[in-house]
Design a protein around this ligand. Structure first.
Ligand SMILES: Cc1ncc(COP(=O)(O)O)c(C=O)c1O
Length: 386
């Protein structure tokens, strides 16, 4: 089996699962309970928060636990929009965000907020100039992802941060769900970032747990009212086993980060270099510094993405069309459509996403299987014949 779908989700790490199991079995008191059992849980909760903060280079009280990327994004975006509604109702994002950001903006638009969706260039990247022109005195929020989940573009978060130094009242949110552990952290999490989202199942921890970073002093309206956990920002009894597991997973992820990212990039390079000159192949994730090392999106013209996904699946190779979370319903890759890629090519795109456990042997095996599929379809579609 070859699993090249790590941007959809990852396999849980056995050590992380052991931590989850140990905490669920032994430290199951409610962190809010006043007795000894509660105290023990509370201590582990705060130790996990501190460990994550140290690993990310933040302060512990800036780390909030959520149910994952979707909740972190919704809390950051809607929480800012509601909190700052007296000061302005203009909010800015890009046209290539994950559905959890894009649809949060759609909902706010339906509630009367003014939304600017920045266009992207041929590589799926927003322009800092466009952002500069979009900002006005009503703008309260800018939300731009760190790494695009469909093709791997790294957005110019450093340049946007420089620009936003001039607008201290605008809250800057970055969806970094696809960006942690890829040796690009300084590019996608700058001191100007006010809010940042992570999702644990993207790095070998359980589903249903994530982080929202909120910079000290920044204000958000909570979306969950209740018992006041997480300093009132996210009520609900904390998922302590998953939180402790996530802390361990981040430590493991960041261990030898550069070396792991280089290996992922080498797998990507091997496949790109093999397929790039074949007629009918369009590569959307070039081998360049502006792209994450672990995501490779390409199209084989004339074959729908899902057909290729299932043909590879028949050979025990697992990939996605575009964003796995939405790909069951989406007709086209939304990032590619925003890049003005022709519909018939956008619908042919597939996404391979690697992690540190993938090997060069798997890349070789993929190439072997892909060549056979390619030759078969190339003949049917007369690719390369002029
Ligand atoms: C960029 C991005 N943001 C947010 C999410 C949503 O994360 P979660 O599955 O934890 O809700 C995903 C999931 O694919 C993603 O790729």
């Amino acid at each position: 089996m070859i699993y090249f779908d790590n941007s959809a989700t990852t396999k849980i790490d056995p050590g992380v699962l052991a931590t989850y199991d140990k905490v669920a079995t032994n430290i199951w008191g409610n962190p809010s309970s006043l007795h000894k059992m509660g105290d023990r849980s509370h201590q582990l909760l705060e130790a996990s928060r501190k460990q994550i903060a140290d690993l990310l280079g933040t302060k512990p009280h800036e780390i909030f636990f959520t149910s994952g990327g979707t909740e972190s994004n919704n809390t950051a975006i809607k929480g800012t929009a509601i909190q700052k509604r007296e000061f302005g109702k203009h909010i800015i994002t890009s046209s290539v965000e994950h559905a959890s950001v894009a649809n949060a903006f759609n909902s706010l638009e339906n509630l009367g907020y003014r939304v600017t969706r920045l266009p992207v260039d041929k590589e799926g990247r927003v322009s800092v100039n466009d952002l500069r022109n979009a900002i006005d005195s009503d703008t309260t929020l800018v939300s731009i992802m760190g790494v695009n989940n469909e093709i791997g573009t790294i957005q110019p978060i450093e340049e946007i941060s420089d620009l936003l130094e001039n607008y201290p009242t605008i809250q800057f949110h970055v969806d970094d769900v696809q960006a942690l552990g890829k040796n690009i952290w300084d590019k996608v999490f700058t001191p100007r970032v006010d809010l940042m989202s992570l999702s644990a199942h993207k790095f070998h921890a359980p589903r249903g747990i994530g982080v929202l970073y909120k910079k000290e002093g920044k204000m958000l309206s909570p979306l969950h009212d209740g018992g006041g956990q997480e300093k009132g920002l996210r009520s609900g009894t904390e998922n302590l086993p998953a939180i402790a597991g996530m802390a361990k997973a981040i430590r493991l992820l960041l261990d030898d980060e550069a070396e792991k990212a280089n290996r992922e990039e080498a797998i990507k390079a091997k496949i790109v270099n093999h397929i790039k000159d074949k007629p009918g192949i369009d590569i959307f994730s070039p081998l360049s510094e502006g792209f994450a090392p672990h995501i490779l999106c390409f199209a084989l013209e004339g074959i729908r993405g899902e057909t290729l996904v299932h043909t590879l699946e028949d050979q025990d190779i697992y990939v996605s069309t575009t964003s796995a979370c939405a790909s069951k319903t989406a007709d086209e890759a939304s990032t590619l459509v925003s890049m003005r890629v022709e519909d018939k090519i956008a619908t042919s795109a597939i996404r391979l996403s690697f992690d540190e456990s993938n090997t060069m042997e798997e890349a070789d095996q993929f190439i072997k299987v892909f060549d056979k599929i390619y030759d078969h379809f190339a003949k049917i579609n007369h690719l390369g014949e002029n």
